[in-house]
Design a protein around this ligand. Sequence first.
Ligand code: COI
Length: 357
Amino acid sequence: MESTATILNIKKADQSRINQVDFNNLAFGKNYSDHMMYCDYVNGEWQTPQIVPYGPMEFAPSVKVFHYGQAVFEGMKAFKDDNGLVNLFRPEKNFERINKSSLRLAIPEFPEEYFMEGLKKLIQLDYDWVKPGQGNSLYIRPFVIATEEGVAAAPSDSYRFMIITCPSQAYYNKPVRVLFAEKYSRSANGGVGYAKAAGNYGAQFYPTNLARQKGYDQIIWTDANEHKFLEEAGTMNIFFRIGDKLLTAPTSDRILDGVTRKSIIQLAQDLGIEIEVAPVEVERIKEAARKGELKEIFGTGTAATVAKVIAFEHGGDEFSLPEMNENEYSSLLKKTLQDIQYNRIEDKHNWLVPVER
Ligand code: COI
């Protein structure tokens, strides 16, 4: 291994794969950049992080992640500005959240220095994989998996933390149609809904497939007790606009504390948009839709950025959102967010963290 002045060991790829990628036609999460980072937890300690060429890893069939899903992940992005400089967007929030998720899954916390240094070094090495221009970004996927061999149902005593990155464009390339959940649930009080636990996502695949068969792209999950309150969309937090007021559910132990969600709330406040962070009743949204007062629904997430909803279904009733116009909040907030991410306007909340070339 080539050693560096940093806290990491680095082994560079002999040859870049960048020329094999069609950057104008990227399917989300299908192309991975040249390098990845990993760091093993053994004997009660995180070992020296390693950056190596992206590639397969070998694990015994008995490792615990395969049996008990002891795994957490993050989603974050780097953006290249018009001067060719790369910035990470609020990486400290993802660092804080992966450890919050880890705690809930009985995974040891990862050191901040390893996370930040590893991330920056990885992006420095794969700088050319971050393409400039509206909609382009490098999606960054940190994750931790349980690697102890043995199927006893108890926390693993060894783990692997990893970061892989992939060039990305829009997650949803058209407005989405959603179903408000009436039968299945994503999370419950005291559960893991607030954590980015791998199983939270896998558990949504079946009900989401059923929704797709009915012509809907996503489910907006409701509270598990009564299915009366709208919570989040699984890959996104969710916002509603009634009249000129924006509504979104408060975070709780059932709802992911989205980084894009909190950025959008801040930007809405900066723009003087009235925002109510309070439980959102299904009936209130349906009533507003019937009266023509429901103007917009949109989701926010790292991968999705800001995704418009054009229709929703609940209790056999389908509602269409009105035709979008220039004054829609989703477009304004998305543009403001992206102007910050691409370093086109003042970053007054200091959300960008530069990565040196
Ligand atoms: C993200 O937005 O980063 C997410 O984690 C959603 C993902 C499941 C695509």
